[in-house]
Design a protein around this ligand. Structure first.
Ligand SMILES: O=C(O)c1ccc(O)c(O)c1
Ligand SMILES: [Mg+2]
Length: 629
């Protein structure tokens, strides 16, 4: 599978775009005419620059409003094509993309269009060039790849072929089965884009909301599988018109794009009936069994505050690292590590971000396989020296430059708690609070980074994403998206902050970056937990009394239950799957907090309650740090 990306897909000056594209690992680039026109160098120099970056020009595009023109426009259109052919020859590319005519003066008719393409094919052939025809979803007469294919077939010219673009076909829900019968040599190139499902005008949707395959909701994998079944193994080229990407970091967007293509190729390769696609071999997406631990980087003073909070939550200090200043706090199957080292990565994470949950460990079937897959998808490996006899845990860089450790039980890694750690004497143990497992880890990221991390998790781990929802913060909107596995043993909620006045935005600003903002634990009995926490001196986040009148009315709750919820500051939600109870701690270190949940069949995250807990949490953050609304 050869990878390419259109220059329109990313921001920056022409050379900056090319550099980012080359660095991300693409083989080719589509030159989008306006990018080229806005640049001062000659076509020859641009062609040379592209090749100097080790890239091939996959095509020049778009050539608009070509087929079906009445005279005198028709003659002029052919003259215009000849001019573009000159440019292509100087650039050093043999393929031009002709998109279906949108002009109101254009005439319909398959034969007329086919005759025009036949003639264009003749002219192109004289120069050793090729013409690819693409149906725009909003084309005047041709808006369906099946019709474009009819025209190409009838044009019957070796230098005229079809260009398929996933957006145009999938946005119009055109039957993908229609692709399977197209001879592979007539597919000149394939353009790919995904998009979130939004009900809007096709042109506007296409020009502003496309995103990388896997980032949106279109069945791009099915589309590529159908193409692969023809035996096509040419270029797959990203063509992403996206307002956010245009303003984003060229390097990051290009890297996401390349990752999305490799991930897509790997998914398609695993489909039955697909043999042609040459994709680098890599292990399957890793099934995550659980979040094995979350590790905090803190100094001694913060550690006192954090561990005091953990104790009120019913955690016991059970182990200490043999050679490092790392303590393990445990309850049920949950492990929280508290790292107060003054050297190494945790300490630098502390220096940059202050106290933070900088690392988490995911237990998978085979840590080495998960690690290899992550690297094949362009994840950044992490390692630091370990002391003799200690385990080297495979790790990759995650959200905000934090770490994701990968562990398993089939190798020595399964003995981590015996090899690297030793038991400590029981101290003054708190009352156990019946916390069992980590329900979810909530990461706060800048809104522009959301898709990057979404692709990171979904491409490496066997997870799926939920639709994005809006969380209302009194100071703005926070976008929230869940990444979870079918078993519910890995749940990550990602909150994207658009401004710094929201709780999420404040967290990012204060921490100098993205990271884990809260961890939620499961209990099987929220009221027993609440009672134990009270006995431990835990301070629950106070929820406005007005909230309880509303939930009682909304869900028709028994007043006795409402009163219990109110007296324990427990939030409540219910949907068709079941009930949900939520209890929050106060904040630690400028916005970090803990949550305790009980799920009675419920699978969501209490989005409707978010505004109430956000308002309550904001009251706890130092007033000068957090503008109120
Ligand atoms: O939005 C457009 O005009 C446009 C142009 C060229 C393409 O390949 C395409 O998919 C869309
Ligand atoms: Mg296109």
């Amino acid at each position: 599978m050869k990878t390419s990306i259109a220059t329109v897909s990313i921001s920056g000056e022409f050379p900056e775009k090319l550099q980012a594209i080359a660095k991300a690992g693409f083989d080719g680039v589509e030159i989008f005419e306006n990018d080229f026109l806005a640049y001062d160098e000659s076509p020859r120099d641009v062609g040379r620059m592209v090749r100097d970056f080790g890239l091939e020009i996959t095509l020049f595009q778009p050539f608009r409003d070509f087929e079906g023109m009445p005279e005198p426009h028709r003659t002029r259109t052919f003259d215009r094509a000849e001019r573009k052919f000159d440019v292509m020859q100087e650039l050093g590319t043999d393929l031009v993309l002709v998109c279906s005519n949108v002009s109101p003066i254009s005439l319909g008719g398959i034969d007329r269009a086919a005759a025009d393409f036949h003639e264009l094919g003749e002219r192109a052939a004289k120069r050793g060039l090729r013409v690819g025809y693409e149906a725009l979803a909003w084309g005047r007469h041709i808006s369906d790849h099946r019709d474009a294919w009819k025209i190409v077939r009838r044009a019957d010219h070796p230098n005229v072929g079809l260009i398929l673009d996933s957006f145009h076909s999938l946005a119009r829900k055109i039957d993908i089965g229609s692709i399977r019968s197209i001879p592979k040599e007539k597919i000149f190139i394939v353009q790919l884009a995904d998009a979130p499902l939004i009900d809007m005008d096709l042109l506007y949707w296409s020009r502003h909301f496309r995103n990388m395959p896997g980032e949106g909701d279109l069945p791009v994998t099915d589309f590529v599988a159908a193409i692969a079944e023809t035996g096509y193994d040419g270029y797959f080229s990203l063509e992403i018109f996206n307002d956010q990407f245009r303003g984003g970091s060229p390097k990051a967007i290009a890297a996401d794009g390349h990752r999305s293509l490799i991930y897509l190729g790997d998914q398609v390769r695993r489909r039955p009936g697909v043999t042609s696609l040459s994709v680098p071999a890599m292990p399957e997406r890793a099934a995550v069994k659980n979040v094995a631990f979350v590790e905090f980087a803190v100094d001694e003073a913060d550690a006192d505050q954090l561990t005091a909070m953990l104790k009120t939550l019913g955690f016991r200090r059970t182990q200490a690292h043999r050679t490092k200043k790392v303590d393990v706090y445990q309850q049920g199957e949950i492990r929280i590590l508290v790292n107060t080292e003054s050297v190494g990565f945790a300490s630098s994470a502390y220096a940059v971000h202050g106290p933070s949950a900088y690392a988490m460990a995911l237990e998978v079937e085979d840590a080495d396989e998960a690690y290899r897959r992550a690297l094949a998808l362009g994840a950044e490996p992490f390692s630091q020296p370990v002391n003799p006899g200690e385990l080297e845990i495979p790790a990759i860089r995650g959200v905000g430059g934090g770490l994701v450790y990968l562990i398993d039980t089939k190798t020595q890694l399964g003995r981590l708690w015996e090899v690297d750690f030793q038991p400590v004497e029981a101290g003054e143990d708190p009352e156990p609070a019946h916390l069992t497992t980590i329900d979810h880890v909530a990461q706060t990221v800048a809104y522009e980074e959301m898709l990057t991390w979404l692709l990171f998790y979904t491409s490496i781990f066997d997870t799926r994403k939920s639709p994005m929802v809006d969380i209302i913060d009194p100071a703005g909107v926070v976008r929230s998206q869940v990444i979870e596995n079918a078993a519910g043993s890995l749940r990550i909620t990602m909150n994207g902050a658009e401004n710094r006045r929201t709780l999420a935005g404040h967290f990012i600003a204060e921490k100098f970056g993205s990271g884990i903002q809260h961890i939620a634990f499961n209990t099987d009995d929220i009221f027993a937990t609440a009672a134990a926490l009270r006995a431990n001196g835990f301070k629950a986040l106070p929820i406005s009394p007005n909230y309880y009148g509303d939930v009682e009315a909304r869900f028709g709750l028994d007043p006795e239950l409402t009163e219990r919820l109110r007296s324990e500051n427990i939030l409540y939600d219910r949907d068709e799957d079941g009930e949900y109870f939520q209890l929050y701690s106060g904040t630690f270190a400028e916005g970090f907090f803990f949550e305790i949940v009980q799920r009675k069949g419920y699978r969501g995250y209490g989005a409707a309650n978010a505004i109430f807990r956000i308002s309550a949490l904001k009251k706890q953050i130092r007033p000068e740090g957090m503008p109120t609304v």
